[in-house]
Structures are given as structure tokens and as C-alpha cells.
Design a protein around this ligand. Structure first.
Ligand code: SF4
Length: 329
């Protein structure tokens, strides 16, 4: 389907998908992201629901139709439900998604669904309770898996599992993860560990090239699938004997960025043209009054000239990204 968003770059790509970080705060301390837990950063508060409404209204008027709420852990915001209701009621927004670590998901799945959210990504980096605890700092695997089942039961249209592939930690669990999707209509995606400003040693110790896992998929008879409209970066595979799918997010793969279709806004209102870019562009001064919307739209469109063709991770340039919690991955 032709995407008629007005937001495009000089490489012919269109950007109908906005990843909106609504907080930097996270209540987990994952070893590859915030090993020491969230450290309160100084500076402005996070955007209010009113500022977020103005921001998303401007993007929607430019043709953005998919919003993903991210963090940190977005659900730690006390006004998360009101925020999701506000964003999902903005004209033009057709797909509402969020990414969560699954904290309290069993009891909250219904309220998330009732707020207009229809797609959920849950992080599960190991199906071994001891390893899950080691990676996240929380002994909550049972709760998170129960949360995935609850999300399916309340009717989420898209339930995905994010699993960061870690050498010597969970790269021996492929068959366990496949069993997880055998009878569950979810898509479990292995995410290739990405280098950031803070994790170079960890990256060198635990990075698994995506080719390793891609070959194992083929050996087990999984078949590559077409990419859906507005889909994120994952390539997905299906198997006739499985209710669910598996996938791969491989930022080091050739041409990974050729299908880039997403922009990011941080919780303090900065537009980031790339996950691994060199800083954001402050939009917050233009979120202070409804009459600023045309100026805001013009600013977003004019900033697209600075969008680079790709990341430069291969040359060790992770941009300014210290850790992924600061922009919701
Ligand atoms: S790394 Fe940057 S350019 Fe590449 S897909 Fe991600 S956001 Fe787009």
C-alpha cells in the first residue's frame, strides 16, 4: 500500500511510524541496557499529556498513522492510561502499540486494551527463571509470561516478544523459545545486541551475528514471510506446525536501514532522526500552544534533510546513544 505520509527523506523513504518515548524511567535493570538501574537524569520533566497530544496531532496531520509508546518502561508513568487514551483518539492514528517489560501485565492487560492500545511488545530475554532474574534484576518470569497470555486473552491484535540474543547467556535456548510459540499466536523476535556508548565490553562479550540464528531457522524449516505495511525492522518466519512466528531484528545486516520507516521523539520532546544518530532536535518550545502546530509541522519536515542514509555501527559509531532506555530502542 502506497504510504501518503508527507514525512520523507532524500533517500526516498517515508516515515508513517513514530516511536514516542514517554519516560526514561525503568523499573528493571537489564544487563545490556541499564545494568545499574535507572539513574535519575537532571533537567526538564517529561512531556505532559497535553504536550504529547500537540506533538502527535502534528505528526498525524503530516500522515503518521502508527504510534509506539516506549520508555524506559512506559507503564511506570502514573498517567499512562490517560496518555494512551489521548493519543489513540487523535484523528489519523490507526495503529497504537507499546513496548513493555511486562511488569504487572496480568492485572493491567485489560486496561491497556481499553485505552486503545492494540499491539504489545513484551521483553523476555530468557525462559529460564534464574537467567531471567540475572538479566533483568527481577524474579518475574512467571508474571511476564502470564501477562503475555492475558494480552492474548483480552484481544490484543498483535502480541510480540522481544528477546535480545546474548552469547553465553540465552543463545542455547532456541528450542525453548520455539516451543513458546508452538501453541501461542505470538511473534517472538530475536534482537541482535547493538553497541551503544555504555556497553562496548558487554557487546564484545555477548554479540551473536544474526547470520548464526538465521541459519538455524532455515535448518528447522522456518520460511521467510512478506513484510507488513508499517511494520518495524523485523524479518519474520513462519512454520506450518507452529501457531506463532519467529523473527529477527538484525541492525548489522546488509541494507537494514534501506527500509527505515520510523522516527523517534524522546520523553523530553527531542526528535531523533535515527536510533544511532548524533543527538536530537528540540521540539518542545513548539508544544506550548495549539496555535504553534503549523510551525511545528514545518520544523519536522525541514529537519528531515538531516536524516542520514543509515547508522554507522559497522565503523563503531553508535552516535550519542549511551543506552537504549533513553529513547526506547
Ligand atoms: S539505525 Fe537509524 S537509519 Fe537505520 S533503521 Fe534504525 S533509525 Fe533507521
Amino acid at each position: 500500500m502506497e504510504d501518503n505520509t508527507l514525512i520523507g527523506d532524500r533517500f526516498g523513504r517515508r516515515f508513517p511510524y513514530l516511536r514516542l518515548s514517554v519516560t526514561d524511567v525503568c523499573n528493571f535493570s537489564c544487563s545490556y541496557c541499564l545494568p545499574d538501574g535507572y539513574q535519575k537524569a537532571h533537567g526538564d520533566e517529561f512531556m505532559s499529556v497535553l504536550e504529547i497530544r500537540r506533538l502527535v496531532t502534528a505528526f498525524a496531520e503530516l500522515g503518521t498513522w502508527k504510534i509506539r509508546l516506549t520508555g524506559g518502561e512506559p507503564t511506570v508513568r502514573p498517567d499512562f492510561i490517560k496518555l494512551a487514551q489521548t493519543v489513540s483518539s487523535i484523528p489519523g492514528i490507526r495503529r497504537m502499540a507499546f513496548t513493555t517489560n511486562g511488569y504487572k501485565l496480568p492485572e493491567r492487560a485489560q486496561s491497556y486494551f481499553d485505552s486503545g492500545l492494540r499491539a504489545i511488545n513484551v521483553s523476555i530475554d530468557s525462559l529460564d527463571p534464574r537467567k531471567f532474574h540475572e538479566i533483568t534484576g527481577h524474579d518475574r518470569l512467571g508474571e511476564v509470561v502470564e501477562g503475555v497470555n492475558a494480552a492474548l486473552n483480552v484481544g490484543f491484535e498483535n502480541v510480540k516478544i522481544n528477546t535480545v540474543l546474548l552469547k553465553g547467556v540465552n543463545d542455547d535456548e532456541l528450542d525453548g523459545f520455539l516451543a513458546f510459540v508452538e501453541n501461542r499466536p505470538v511473534s517472538l523476535r530475536f534482537i541482535e545486541l547493538m553497541q551503544t556508548g555504555d556497553n562496548l565490553t558487554y557487546f564484545r562479550q555477548h554479540h551473536v551475528p544474526s547470520t548464526v540464528i538465521r541459519n538455524k531457522f532455515a535448518e528447522r524449516g522456518w520460511v521467510l514471510q512478506e513484510r507488513a505495511d508499517g511494520a518495524g525492522p523485523a524479518v519474520e518466519y513462519a512454520h506450518p506446525s507452529y501457531a506463532g512466528r519467529i523473527g529477527l531484528i538484525a541492525p548489522y545486516a546488509k541494507d537494514f536501514c534501506s527500509t527505515c520507516n520510523r522516527l523517534r521523539v524522546s520523553a523530553r520532546g527531542s526528535l531523533h532522526l535515527c536510533l544511532f544518530g548524533n543527538g536530537g532536535h528540540d521540539l518542545r518550545p513548539l508544544l506550548q500552544d495549539d496555535v504553534q502546530i503549523d510551525e511545528l509541522k514545518d520544523k519536522v519536515l525541514s529537519l528531515m534533510q538531516f536524516k542520514r542514509s543509515s547508522h554507522f555501527l559497522h565503523s563503531g559509531d553508535a552516535g550519542v546513544r549511551q543506552h537504549l532506555a533513553s529513547i526506547g530502542g
